[in-house]
Design a protein around this ligand. Sequence first.
Ligand SMILES: [Zn+2]
Length: 261
Amino acid sequence: MSWHGRPFAFRVRVDVEHVEAQKYIGDYRLTRVAVTNLLDMLAEMDVHLTFAVLGITAEMFPNLIADIVDAGHEVYGHGMFHREAFAGRSLADQRHELRRMRDSIHGACGVEVDGLACPHHGSADENTLRAAVELDITFVESRFRAAGSPSPQWRDVEGGDARVVVPGADARGASDYTDRRPDWADAHEEAFSPEGAREKWLANVDWAEKHGRMASLVIHPWMLVINAGEIQVVKDVIRHAKGRGAWFATIAGLIDMAGPG
Ligand SMILES: [Zn+2]
C-alpha cells in the first residue's frame, strides 16, 4: 500500500503538556525549553511532526503553540487538563473538556483541531467518540483501532449514524518512558535506557518498512530534559526513518487515507 506516495509511514507524536512536567519534575517551564529546543532540532533535520497539545498548555503558553504551527508542524488535541481519563465519564463532561480544549488551542494558534490523542494510554469510550463528533473532531487516537487494518478507517459511533476515523490496528508503536511516573496504574515504568529505546524504536521503523505499515512513536518534551541520551536517540531514529523514505504521518493525511466520510 502507499502512504501518500511513500512505502511506509512513521508517525511521531509530541505530547505538549506542561502539567505533566510540573507533576513529575516540579517545573512546568521545562516544557517551553524542551519544545523550543526540539523545534530547532526538527528544523535542522527538515522534518515535520504531529504535536498533541493540552488545552491548558495552550492557554498558558499560546506563543509556544503558535511557534509549533509556524514551524510547519501539525497541532491537534490531547484533552484539556490531563487529569481524569476520558473513559467512564458522561457525554456532557467529556464534551465540555473537548470544547475547552478546542477553544484554547484555537485561541493560541488559530488551528481548528481535527484530531484527539486521548491521554492515559488512549483511555476512551463511546462517549469520547460521540463528543469528538459533536465538536467536529474527525480523528480519534485511543484504544479503538480498526481491527486487522494497516491504515486508518471510519468507525461507527454507537447509537447513531456518526462516524470517526480511528488508526489501523496492524501497526506498531512505542513511547518514551521514565521512572518518574511510578504511579501509572498499568505501566510500572523503568529508568530510561537509550540503548533499549534505540533498539526497539529502530526495529519498529524497520518492521514498518519491511511490511509497508506504520510505526508510531510518542515522545514527551519534559522527558527529553531528564532522560539522559534520549534526544540523540530520537534524532537518530527520525534520521533513519527519513533516510529509508518514510512518510511522516499527519492527522490530516491519515484522515485523507480513510476516504470520504
Ligand atoms: Zn500525555
